[in-house]
Design a protein around this ligand. Structure first.
Ligand SMILES: NC(=O)c1ccc[n+]([C@@H]2O[C@H](COP(=O)([O-])OP(=O)(O)OC[C@H]3O[C@@H](n4cnc5c(N)ncnc54)[C@H](OP(=O)(O)O)[C@@H]3O)[C@@H](O)[C@H]2O)c1
Length: 469
């Protein structure tokens, strides 16, 4: 029986409104929660009705009966994260709610705030025994005593030093198996499919190395701009906002060695090993033309809104294979995808050899699926080879309603499954890669909105690149 009290710290924020309450509603709708309560916590003098109401428009279809169920189990508790005395009252509120709803005390604390608050909240939760270290146990959905798990939203720190400090602080309070560092890309259907596709299909894994793969492109293009987050983005930029987390996580899943089992411990060991061996080679950075006029952005800002990178992985499997990463704001389209380019085969034809090799493309967002590009004979032209696609479209086969990343991830926390969450060493290795890039002090190229970024990005490390998107 799944029973849990969700305590969201930062309940009046954008993340809670857009993602967390809709995810909890979906868990109720999909019958994943038998008994539950939701306690929203933040600084504002507001109330439960207002918090739930603000979230309603982010849920596609509401069933009134289910919404009533959520309303009846929802509460608001006002607290300044820095008021140490206030945590005693929070604890009392949680205990009262749990008594009222016959809950056994399983708790998820979700820190839906900026990382600046992580250490203070963690210390106070521990010192007031709201969560304590000994309550920990992994895979404890079946155990008799209650569990407590703590979720940290991304970004986890703003550089290597701050991430390390947060890790050191939270490890004093909690066991690693209580700690869930979110990277919501790991909850996306096609990202969570990467290791399954690799390791359950004989046709891929034997080819997954530098003998057969020429290069890998990981692309995360955004069509949108800052969406009111100018102040945050000015400090972070594209490298810290999406490369440090989403894109390096995808890279680590693509490049990791075969884990002993597809379980959290082994997957995270394998990913950490890859991240430790990533070497930065070259970058082209860009900034869209109107960026410095945006609200919250420094008029002299040197923050990149675009980055194209060449990385390498220093191990036997990947030696000599370039990993190209590209991301940016206000680009020509929204697209997250991975393109694996296989090496050309020796052509045995006397005429009309293929001009390109095979590609495996993973479509992550907005389309989901993958396709394999193969060469076949053109039926209409003798001696002509043409590329065709063997296509798997996820929504065509399973319908458009796959679970949202946050629903998926909250369910994983309830089930004590950490495989889609980032371990402390992975986070620290990723920040180290960011440090390598930041040392480069690259020139910033301006680009037009709705373009594919600065044209300089078509060359990295002295080599021309044909970006696949
Ligand atoms: N929004 C998204 O879709 C999204 C997606 C992925 C990641 N994130 C990340 O998630 C984090 C939170 O994002 P957000 O957009 O929700 O931020 P936000 O809108 O600024 O919300 C922050 C929350 O923290 C509370 N808070 C701040 N200082 C407090 C204090 N001293 N005591 C008590 N409460 C305090 C605020 O409460 P009051 O309003 O009452 O002051 C608010 O509820 C950020 O790091 C963001 O980058 C957001």
């Amino acid at each position: 029986m799944n029973q849990v009290t969700f305590i969201v710290l930062g309940a009046t924020g954008d993340l809670c409104k857009r993602k967390l309450i809709p995810a909890i509603y979906k868990l109720i709708e999909n019958k994943k929660l038998d008994l539950f309560a939701f306690i929203g916590v933040s600084f504002d003098q507001t109330n439960t009705e207002e918090i739930l109401q603000n979230s309603k428009k982010f849920i596609s279809k509401i069933d009134n009966k289910l919404w009533n169920k959520l309303e009846k189990a929802s509460y608001y508790h006002q607290l300044d994260f820095y008021n140490k005395q206030g945590y005693k009252a929070l604890h009392d509120s949680i205990v009262n709610v749990e008594k009222k709803h016959n809950l056994n005390g399983n708790r998820i604390f979700y820190l839906a705030t900026i990382p600046k608050h992580f250490k203070e909240i963690t210390k106070n939760l521990n010192e007031n025994k709201i969560i304590s270290k000994h309550q920990s146990e992994s895979n404890c959905s079946m155990c008799k005593h209650p569990w407590a798990r703590i979720v940290y939203e991304k970004p986890f720190g703003s550089d290597f030093t701050s991430a390390k400090q947060i890790n050191n602080c939270i490890k004093k309070s909690f066991h690693e198996n209580q700690i869930y560092r979110i990277d919501h890309y790991l909850g996306k259907e096609l990202v969570s499919n990467i290791s399954l596709v690799r390791f359950t299909n004989r046709i891929f894994e034997p080819l997954w190395n530098n003998k057969n793969i020429e290069s890998v492109q990981i692309i995360l293009k955004e069509k949108i701009g800052l969406e009111g987050r100018g102040n945050f983005y000015n400090k972070y930029g594209a490298i810290k906002d999406v490369i440090q987390n989403h894109m390096l996580q995808i890279l680590s899943l693509i490049a990791m060695e075969q884990p002993k089992k597809l379980e959290a411990k082994y997957i995270r060991n394998a990913k950490a090993k890859v991240l430790k061996n990533v070497k930065f080679k070259d970058a082209v950075l860009g900034q869209y033309k109107e960026f410095t006029k945006e609200k919250g952005v420094d008029p002299k800002s040197n923050t990149e809104t675009f980055a194209a990178l060449n990385l390498e992985i220093k191990n036997k499997r990947w030696a000599g294979v370039p990993f190209y990463l590209k991301t940016g704001k206000y680009l020509d389209k929204k697209d997250t995808s991975v393109h694996i380019k296989f090496k050309m085969v020796k052509c045995l034809l006397t005429k009309g050899c293929p001009t390109d090799s095979n590609y495996l493309t993973l479509k992550i967002n907005p389309d989901q699926g993958f396709f394999l590009e193969l060469n076949i004979k053109d039926p209409e032209n003798i001696n002509t080879i043409m590329p065709i696609q063997m296509n798997f479209c996820h929504s065509c086969l399973f319908g458009p309603n796959t679970p949202e990343a946050y629903e998926h991830l909250l369910l994983n926390v309830i089930n004590g499954d950490q495989s889609a969450f980032v371990r402390s060493d992975e986070i620290e290795h990723s920040w180290k890669i960011v440090e390598q890039i930041k040392k480069g002090k690259f020139k910033l190229f301006k680009y037009e909105k709705n373009s594919s970024g600065p044209e300089q990005a078509n060359k990295l490390n002295g080599k021309g690149i044909r970006w696949r998107s």
